[in-house]
Design a protein around this ligand. Structure first.
Ligand code: DAH
Length: 362
């Protein structure tokens, strides 16, 4: 008859000696596999007398359970050891200067849209604007209704909206057609004073040389008790000077209409388009760069704020267009072709972080 404790001692020793997963698996097959020593032992139960079976049965089963448990524990320990070895060998000291671990700063390039977004964030952060965000799949009422664009308003047609399937409650989300819904989200969730910018992706069903179905906008919003149009003009002027890196810009505020602002204006900046590239701050041409205005009292009220007490301004602007203007990029569609040759040519170095102190572009 098999000496169970000797067998167990032998198996436990083999398990302990297994140095890797393969060795442990061999022990498992040797013990618990179809023809394993423990399995064979269990098969002998049938030939035993009922009395012997009563004592041997539980003993054999307990042996099988202990061996299986020991294998499980060893497997876990081996996994931890492998992880520990990897952690030790793959350690990277992130505080080392880049060249010390053969980091190639030219291996990737920053897309002009990402670069310009970082520039915009640096400029507005310097003026005390916080960064706000909203989802790209947006509620219809945030994208339109609360911005004073009711269901039958002609502006809805102008937005060439991508609608998603209706939800169970009947509401129909949209791919946001502008970043303006972030105004709503911010006013619904924060108490004034509010001073935010919200860059991000926006979508409209439109495609030609100057339109792509996905594009980027940046929204600005200031709400407090005393902000007026003069502040708006100053902020936009400072922004244009910083962004185009010129000491002076001449701007023209043209009366316009947006449902969510009153009064509304479109802003043109003076430029010279006579050469190959556009030059800002000189020349006798005008280029439209953004829409803006004083936030409509209805929009403020729609967000649960008292329009008698609170007021402020908003602006919205296409980031891709800003990138095209500043860096002389000819075709908007190329932005989203994912052509590495284009990115190598027009992209920016990964270590060239824009900052007002260090210069926006180097
Ligand atoms: N949301 C407008 C658009 O997509 C742009 C805009 C205009 C935003 C005026 C504003 C604003 O915040 O005040 O065309």
């Amino acid at each position: 008859m098999t000496d169970i404790s000797a067998l167990e001692g032998d198996l436990i020793a083999r398990i302990a000696a297994a140095e890797d997963d393969a060795a442990l698996e061999a022990v498992r097959v040797h013990a618990l596999g179809k023809k394993g020593v423990v399995s064979e032992l269990l098969k002998t139960l049938g030939a035993l007398s009922p009395d012997e079976r009563k004592t041997q049965g539980p003993a054999f089963n307990a042996l099988r359970d202990r061996v299986a448990e020991a294998i499980g524990a060893k497997k876990h320990a081996l996994g931890l050891a492998v992880l520990q070895r990897r952690l030790e060998t793959e350690r990277v000291d992130v505080t080392l200067p880049a060249p010390a671990f053969a980091f190639d700063p030219n291996a990737g390039r920053i897309h002009p849209v990402a670069q310009v977004t970082d520039e915009l964030i640096a400029i507005f952060a310097d003026m005390g604007f916080a960064l706000a965000e909203g989802p790209e799949v947006e509620r219809d009422d945030y994208n339109f209704t609360l911005l004073n664009i009711p269901p039958e308003h002609p502006a809805r047609q102008m937005h060439d909206t991508f609608y998603l399937n209706a939800r169970a409650d009947g509401s129909r989300p949209v791919l946001r057609t502008h970043t303006s819904p972030v105004q709503i989200r911010t006013m619904l969730s924060q108490k004034p004073p509010i001073r935010i910018i919200a860059p991000g992706r926006t979508y409209r069903s439109d495609s030609d040389q100057t339109h792509t179905p996905m594009f980027h906008q940046i929204e600005g919003l200031v709400i407090d008790e005393s902000t007026h149009m003069g502040h708006l003009k100053w902020v936009l002027e400072e922004f244009c000077k910083a962004f185009f890196e010129v000491p002076n810009v001449t701007m023209r505020f043209r009366a316009s209409h947006f449902p969510f602002t009153e009064p509304s204006a479109e802003v043109d900046i003076q430029c010279d388009r006579s050469g190959d590239t556009v030059k800002f701050g000189e020349g006798d041409d005008w280029l439209e760069i953004l829409g803006c205005g004083m936030v409509h009292p209805k929009v403020i009220a729609n967000c649960g704020l008292d329009p008698e007490k609170y007021q402020g301004f908003a602006f919205g602007c296409g980031i891709d267009r800003l990138a095209m203007l500043k860096y002389g990029l000819p075709d908007l569609r190329a932005f989203f072709d994912s052509d590495l040759r284009w990115l190598k040519h027009y992209g920016f170095g990964v270590l060239e972080q824009p900052s007002l102190a260090g210069g926006l572009t180097r």
